[in-house]
Design a protein around this ligand. Sequence first.
Ligand code: UT7
Length: 308
Amino acid sequence: MRGAAVTGWGAALPETVVTNADLEARLDTTDEWIVERTGIRERRVGGTTSSLATEAAAQALDRAALRPSDIDLLLLATTTPDQAVPATSPEVAHRLGLTCGAMDLNAACSGFVYALVAAAGMVGLGVDRVLVIGAETLSRIVDQDDRTTAVIFADAAGAVVLEAVPGETKLLGYDLGADGSLRSLLYCDHGGFIVMEGQELFRRAVRATVESARAALERAKVTAEEITLFVPHQANLRIIDAAGQRLGLPRERTALVLDRTGNTSAASVPVALADAVDDGRLSPGDLVLLSGFGAGMTWASAVLRWGR
Ligand code: UT7
């Protein structure tokens, strides 16, 4: 029997910090409003999607004690590729010295969890090691004069290595979903800026996170009480709290980086995961619930057993 396990993790944040005070100085907003309504205190901007992705992936390889040449497939979840064509993943592979298969996947803020599930499927098909990356430079598609989006979205990358391991798979259950009739809640036309219906998205986001997480837990045959770490998409602290409350997953068992990163879409789940692991919050055998939602509308959840 052969399963898939996360054996490496990494994160990359651009150097430039934009604090709420910086935004207060140039937009009709306040630190108080941003903290109260979103939980964000600062965010990072800069770099390119490929450069951030490469940095996070290199870290994940290091932690997995692998060389780039050990990787058989690269999946990059992003909604902000460097160019419209080609995909950004071949560039990331090239920077890492890889010529294995590489493809982009766009499921917005759910993208990393989608890619992780797809990677586990590829391991089932016989692929030994997959680099799964979520990377974004959302600051490029945000109108910096629009206070409703400029205070929220930012740039980052996170990555994991998913390896074939003997025995049962560590991806115990998952749920993927999409509802294209809700596409107008959050979109960006070619050459345009992000447009968002915040309030309606908020309402849908809580429901999607709760229902998707429950479906993944049920398929994994585990309960919320058994989850050591909940890693939700880092969009808004009030969404995370509302979903956590309904699921019975309090903040003490939740990975949070939102205050330091803002909403980094496909990067947010792997960045929060890497941060929690680096803080020593996971031990082999622990159960992790990953959950994302976003433009599309899409949603995705996965239950992982930590360790090889
Ligand atoms: O990755 C998925 C992406 N997106 C999301 O998950 C977003 C989900 N939605 C949200 O997080 C929240 O809806 C927001 C943080 C975007 C907005 O919070 P809200 O509590 O829903 O605020 P609101 O849109 O109801 O606006 C309340 C007030 C409005 O003023 P009035 O009409 O009450 O006078 C807004 O104009 O706050 C105003 N406002 C702001 N004020 C200061 C909107 N943005 C700002 C701002 N600073 N940046």
